[in-house]
Unconditional design. Structure first.
Length: 309
Protein backbone atom coordinates (compact mmCIF):
# COMPACT_ATOMS: atom_id res chain seq x y z
CA UNK A 1 0.00 0.00 0.00
CA UNK A 2 1.30 3.44 -0.93
CA UNK A 3 2.08 5.54 2.13
CA UNK A 4 -0.19 8.39 3.20
CA UNK A 5 2.76 10.78 2.83
CA UNK A 6 3.38 9.78 -0.79
CA UNK A 7 -0.34 10.06 -1.59
CA UNK A 8 -0.46 13.56 -0.10
CA UNK A 9 2.64 14.65 -2.03
CA UNK A 10 1.13 13.37 -5.27
CA UNK A 11 -2.22 14.96 -4.47
CA UNK A 12 -0.60 18.37 -3.91
CA UNK A 13 0.88 18.22 -7.41
CA UNK A 14 -2.38 17.25 -9.12
CA UNK A 15 -3.92 19.90 -11.37
CA UNK A 16 -7.28 18.28 -11.99
CA UNK A 17 -7.02 16.80 -15.45
CA UNK A 18 -5.60 13.70 -17.19
CA UNK A 19 -1.84 13.63 -17.21
CA UNK A 20 1.13 12.52 -19.27
CA UNK A 21 3.85 11.56 -16.82
CA UNK A 22 7.39 10.39 -16.38
CA UNK A 23 9.06 9.16 -13.19
CA UNK A 24 12.61 9.22 -11.88
CA UNK A 25 15.13 10.88 -9.60
CA UNK A 26 16.30 13.30 -12.32
CA UNK A 27 19.42 14.32 -10.41
CA UNK A 28 21.07 17.07 -12.44
CA UNK A 29 18.20 17.24 -14.97
CA UNK A 30 20.80 16.50 -17.64
CA UNK A 31 20.41 16.21 -21.42
CA UNK A 32 19.07 12.67 -21.17
CA UNK A 33 16.42 13.75 -18.71
CA UNK A 34 15.62 16.77 -20.85
CA UNK A 35 14.95 14.59 -23.89
CA UNK A 36 12.57 12.43 -21.85
CA UNK A 37 10.80 15.49 -20.45
CA UNK A 38 10.45 17.06 -23.91
CA UNK A 39 8.74 13.90 -25.10
CA UNK A 40 6.31 14.04 -22.15
CA UNK A 41 5.52 17.67 -22.93
CA UNK A 42 5.05 17.02 -26.65
CA UNK A 43 2.78 14.03 -25.96
CA UNK A 44 0.77 16.04 -23.45
CA UNK A 45 0.23 18.89 -25.89
CA UNK A 46 -0.77 16.49 -28.68
CA UNK A 47 -3.35 14.70 -26.53
CA UNK A 48 -4.53 17.74 -24.48
CA UNK A 49 -3.07 16.35 -21.26
CA UNK A 50 -1.19 17.96 -18.40
CA UNK A 51 2.58 17.35 -18.52
CA UNK A 52 4.04 16.11 -15.24
CA UNK A 53 6.98 14.40 -13.59
CA UNK A 54 7.39 12.53 -10.33
CA UNK A 55 10.81 12.89 -8.71
CA UNK A 56 12.01 10.92 -5.69
CA UNK A 57 14.14 12.31 -2.87
CA UNK A 58 16.28 11.03 -1.28
CA UNK A 59 17.66 8.73 -3.96
CA UNK A 60 16.01 5.28 -3.70
CA UNK A 61 19.43 3.59 -3.78
CA UNK A 62 20.39 5.49 -0.64
CA UNK A 63 17.27 4.24 1.16
CA UNK A 64 17.42 0.64 0.00
CA UNK A 65 21.20 0.47 0.62
CA UNK A 66 21.90 2.79 3.59
CA UNK A 67 25.66 2.27 3.30
CA UNK A 68 25.60 3.95 -0.13
CA UNK A 69 26.16 7.69 -0.06
CA UNK A 70 24.89 9.76 -2.98
CA UNK A 71 26.48 13.09 -3.89
CA UNK A 72 23.78 15.03 -5.68
CA UNK A 73 24.42 17.19 -8.73
CA UNK A 74 21.60 19.51 -7.69
CA UNK A 75 19.75 20.23 -4.48
CA UNK A 76 16.09 19.23 -4.45
CA UNK A 77 15.10 22.91 -4.70
CA UNK A 78 17.27 23.48 -7.76
CA UNK A 79 16.15 20.18 -9.28
CA UNK A 80 12.51 21.26 -9.07
CA UNK A 81 13.38 24.62 -10.63
CA UNK A 82 15.17 22.89 -13.54
CA UNK A 83 12.29 20.45 -14.03
CA UNK A 84 9.65 23.18 -14.16
CA UNK A 85 11.86 25.26 -16.46
CA UNK A 86 11.49 22.56 -19.15
CA UNK A 87 7.81 23.48 -19.52
CA UNK A 88 6.17 20.84 -17.33
CA UNK A 89 2.84 21.82 -15.85
CA UNK A 90 3.57 20.24 -12.48
CA UNK A 91 6.18 18.23 -10.59
CA UNK A 92 5.50 15.95 -7.63
CA UNK A 93 8.42 15.63 -5.22
CA UNK A 94 7.84 12.34 -3.41
CA UNK A 95 9.76 11.46 -0.26
CA UNK A 96 11.29 8.03 -0.81
CA UNK A 97 11.13 6.01 2.40
CA UNK A 98 11.83 2.41 3.37
CA UNK A 99 8.05 1.92 3.46
CA UNK A 100 7.62 3.23 -0.06
CA UNK A 101 10.40 0.89 -1.22
CA UNK A 102 8.15 -2.06 -0.30
CA UNK A 103 5.20 -0.89 -2.41
CA UNK A 104 4.37 -3.15 -5.35
CA UNK A 105 4.60 -1.57 -8.79
CA UNK A 106 0.90 -2.25 -9.47
CA UNK A 107 -0.09 -0.34 -6.33
CA UNK A 108 2.04 2.66 -7.23
CA UNK A 109 0.67 2.80 -10.78
CA UNK A 110 -2.88 2.60 -9.42
CA UNK A 111 -2.09 5.47 -7.05
CA UNK A 112 -0.82 7.55 -9.97
CA UNK A 113 -4.12 6.91 -11.73
CA UNK A 114 -6.11 7.93 -8.67
CA UNK A 115 -4.10 11.00 -7.63
CA UNK A 116 -2.71 12.37 -10.91
CA UNK A 117 -5.24 10.97 -13.40
CA UNK A 118 -2.43 9.15 -15.19
CA UNK A 119 -3.30 8.73 -18.88
CA UNK A 120 0.13 8.33 -20.50
CA UNK A 121 3.43 7.11 -19.06
CA UNK A 122 6.77 7.83 -20.75
CA UNK A 123 9.88 5.94 -19.60
CA UNK A 124 13.34 4.91 -20.74
CA UNK A 125 14.30 1.30 -21.58
CA UNK A 126 16.11 0.68 -18.27
CA UNK A 127 13.38 2.09 -16.04
CA UNK A 128 12.02 0.02 -13.17
CA UNK A 129 9.47 0.80 -10.48
CA UNK A 130 8.23 -0.74 -7.25
CA UNK A 131 9.38 -3.38 -4.80
CA UNK A 132 12.54 -5.13 -5.98
CA UNK A 133 12.26 -3.08 -9.19
CA UNK A 134 9.64 -5.53 -10.45
CA UNK A 135 7.90 -2.87 -12.53
CA UNK A 136 10.26 -3.04 -15.52
CA UNK A 137 9.13 -1.96 -19.02
CA UNK A 138 7.69 -5.40 -19.81
CA UNK A 139 5.68 -5.54 -16.56
CA UNK A 140 4.58 -1.92 -16.94
CA UNK A 141 3.37 -2.65 -20.48
CA UNK A 142 1.03 -5.29 -19.05
CA UNK A 143 -0.16 -3.04 -16.20
CA UNK A 144 -0.78 -0.08 -18.47
CA UNK A 145 -2.60 -2.18 -21.03
CA UNK A 146 -4.94 -3.53 -18.35
CA UNK A 147 -5.58 -0.03 -16.97
CA UNK A 148 -6.03 1.64 -20.37
CA UNK A 149 -2.88 3.73 -19.94
CA UNK A 150 -0.75 4.62 -22.96
CA UNK A 151 2.87 3.55 -22.35
CA UNK A 152 5.75 4.91 -24.44
CA UNK A 153 9.34 3.72 -24.10
CA UNK A 154 11.94 6.02 -25.65
CA UNK A 155 15.61 5.44 -26.37
CA UNK A 156 18.12 7.18 -24.12
CA UNK A 157 20.48 9.66 -25.76
CA UNK A 158 24.16 8.85 -26.17
CA UNK A 159 27.24 11.03 -25.95
CA UNK A 160 30.55 9.68 -27.30
CA UNK A 161 28.94 6.21 -27.42
CA UNK A 162 28.12 6.38 -23.68
CA UNK A 163 24.73 6.91 -22.10
CA UNK A 164 24.25 10.40 -20.74
CA UNK A 165 23.84 9.71 -17.02
CA UNK A 166 24.15 11.36 -13.63
CA UNK A 167 26.93 8.92 -12.65
CA UNK A 168 28.94 9.84 -15.76
CA UNK A 169 28.58 13.51 -14.88
CA UNK A 170 29.69 12.89 -11.29
CA UNK A 171 32.80 11.11 -12.57
CA UNK A 172 33.70 13.96 -14.92
CA UNK A 173 33.05 16.48 -12.15
CA UNK A 174 35.35 14.65 -9.74
CA UNK A 175 38.09 14.89 -12.38
CA UNK A 176 37.49 18.61 -12.93
CA UNK A 177 36.54 18.08 -16.59
CA UNK A 178 34.07 20.97 -16.56
CA UNK A 179 33.71 21.16 -20.35
CA UNK A 180 32.41 17.58 -20.39
CA UNK A 181 30.21 18.13 -17.34
CA UNK A 182 28.59 21.15 -18.95
CA UNK A 183 28.17 19.31 -22.24
CA UNK A 184 26.38 16.41 -20.56
CA UNK A 185 24.20 18.70 -18.47
CA UNK A 186 23.27 20.91 -21.41
CA UNK A 187 24.04 23.95 -19.24
CA UNK A 188 26.77 25.10 -16.88
CA UNK A 189 27.26 23.17 -13.66
CA UNK A 190 26.45 25.38 -10.70
CA UNK A 191 26.59 25.52 -6.92
CA UNK A 192 24.00 27.49 -5.02
CA UNK A 193 23.88 28.69 -1.42
CA UNK A 194 24.05 31.61 0.99
CA UNK A 195 27.18 33.74 1.29
CA UNK A 196 28.54 33.17 4.81
CA UNK A 197 31.19 34.85 6.88
CA UNK A 198 34.60 33.23 6.48
CA UNK A 199 38.03 33.96 7.91
CA UNK A 200 38.35 36.95 5.52
CA UNK A 201 41.99 36.12 4.79
CA UNK A 202 41.42 36.82 1.10
CA UNK A 203 40.60 40.41 1.95
CA UNK A 204 43.93 40.83 3.77
CA UNK A 205 45.89 39.91 0.61
CA UNK A 206 43.82 42.04 -1.73
CA UNK A 207 41.42 39.40 -3.08
CA UNK A 208 38.20 39.42 -1.02
CA UNK A 209 36.04 36.37 -1.60
CA UNK A 210 32.44 35.34 -1.15
CA UNK A 211 32.38 32.13 0.87
CA UNK A 212 29.39 30.16 -0.44
CA UNK A 213 27.86 27.53 1.84
CA UNK A 214 26.75 24.50 -0.15
CA UNK A 215 24.95 21.38 1.05
CA UNK A 216 27.09 18.61 2.47
CA UNK A 217 25.36 16.09 0.18
CA UNK A 218 26.21 17.93 -3.05
CA UNK A 219 28.84 16.77 -5.52
CA UNK A 220 31.76 19.18 -5.84
CA UNK A 221 34.22 19.69 -8.67
CA UNK A 222 37.81 18.50 -8.26
CA UNK A 223 39.80 20.73 -5.93
CA UNK A 224 41.18 23.63 -7.89
CA UNK A 225 40.57 27.03 -9.42
CA UNK A 226 37.87 27.75 -11.98
CA UNK A 227 36.68 30.58 -14.19
CA UNK A 228 33.11 31.18 -13.08
CA UNK A 229 30.08 33.44 -13.30
CA UNK A 230 28.61 34.42 -9.93
CA UNK A 231 24.94 35.37 -9.74
CA UNK A 232 23.81 37.45 -6.78
CA UNK A 233 20.13 38.36 -6.78
CA UNK A 234 19.45 39.80 -10.25
CA UNK A 235 23.06 40.59 -11.18
CA UNK A 236 25.94 38.50 -12.48
CA UNK A 237 29.67 38.98 -12.11
CA UNK A 238 32.64 37.38 -13.76
CA UNK A 239 34.65 35.63 -11.07
CA UNK A 240 37.37 33.17 -10.18
CA UNK A 241 36.46 30.41 -7.74
CA UNK A 242 38.54 28.12 -5.57
CA UNK A 243 37.14 24.77 -4.45
CA UNK A 244 39.22 23.03 -1.82
CA UNK A 245 40.87 23.24 1.59
CA UNK A 246 43.14 26.31 1.11
CA UNK A 247 46.37 24.46 2.03
CA UNK A 248 48.58 27.56 2.07
CA UNK A 249 46.65 29.42 4.77
CA UNK A 250 44.45 26.84 6.53
CA UNK A 251 44.93 23.82 8.73
CA UNK A 252 41.18 23.16 8.70
CA UNK A 253 40.35 20.23 6.37
CA UNK A 254 36.82 21.55 5.72
CA UNK A 255 36.13 22.12 2.03
CA UNK A 256 35.21 25.66 0.98
CA UNK A 257 33.83 27.26 -2.18
CA UNK A 258 35.16 30.82 -2.43
CA UNK A 259 34.60 33.23 -5.31
CA UNK A 260 36.44 36.47 -5.99
CA UNK A 261 34.05 38.69 -7.97
CA UNK A 262 35.63 40.98 -10.52
CA UNK A 263 34.79 44.69 -10.49
CA UNK A 264 32.64 44.36 -7.38
CA UNK A 265 32.62 46.26 -4.13
CA UNK A 266 30.03 45.73 -1.43
CA UNK A 267 28.69 43.40 1.22
CA UNK A 268 26.75 40.33 0.11
CA UNK A 269 26.85 38.33 3.33
CA UNK A 270 23.60 36.48 3.89
CA UNK A 271 22.48 36.76 0.29
CA UNK A 272 21.93 33.77 -1.98
CA UNK A 273 24.54 33.25 -4.67
CA UNK A 274 24.85 30.85 -7.58
CA UNK A 275 28.23 30.04 -9.09
CA UNK A 276 28.30 28.75 -12.68
CA UNK A 277 31.49 26.85 -13.55
CA UNK A 278 32.85 27.73 -16.98
CA UNK A 279 36.43 26.41 -17.17
CA UNK A 280 38.99 24.58 -15.06
CA UNK A 281 42.14 26.69 -14.65
CA UNK A 282 44.47 24.73 -12.35
CA UNK A 283 44.55 22.25 -9.50
CA UNK A 284 44.83 23.32 -5.89
CA UNK A 285 48.32 23.35 -4.42
CA UNK A 286 50.26 24.70 -1.45
CA UNK A 287 52.47 27.76 -1.99
CA UNK A 288 55.57 28.91 -0.13
CA UNK A 289 53.91 31.75 1.74
CA UNK A 290 51.29 34.41 1.12
CA UNK A 291 53.36 36.43 -1.39
CA UNK A 292 53.61 33.46 -3.75
CA UNK A 293 49.90 32.76 -3.26
CA UNK A 294 49.01 36.38 -3.99
CA UNK A 295 51.02 36.34 -7.23
CA UNK A 296 49.30 33.15 -8.34
CA UNK A 297 45.83 34.50 -7.57
CA UNK A 298 46.60 37.54 -9.72
CA UNK A 299 47.51 35.18 -12.57
CA UNK A 300 44.35 33.16 -11.92
CA UNK A 301 42.28 36.32 -12.24
CA UNK A 302 43.91 37.14 -15.59
CA UNK A 303 43.35 33.57 -16.80
CA UNK A 304 39.72 33.65 -15.69
CA UNK A 305 39.04 36.96 -17.43
CA UNK A 306 40.54 35.54 -20.61
CA UNK A 307 38.46 32.36 -20.34
CA UNK A 308 35.28 34.37 -19.80
CA UNK A 309 35.72 36.66 -22.82
Amino acid sequence: MVTALAREELRRAAIGRPTALTIGVFDGVHRGHQALLRRVIDAARTDSLAAAAVTFHPHPRQVVHPNVQISYLTSLEDRLDHLLATGLDTVAAVTFTSELAQVEAEDFVQTLIEELQLAKLVIGPDFALGRQRAGDPQALARMCDEAGIDLEIIDLIQDDDAKVSSSEIRSALAEGVIDRVNGLLGRRFSLHGPVVLGAERGRTIGFPTANIAVGADLALPAYGVYATICHVEDREYQSVTNVGVRPTIEDDPAVSVESHLFDFEGDIYGRDARVDFVRFLRGERKFDGLDALKEQIARDCDDAREALR
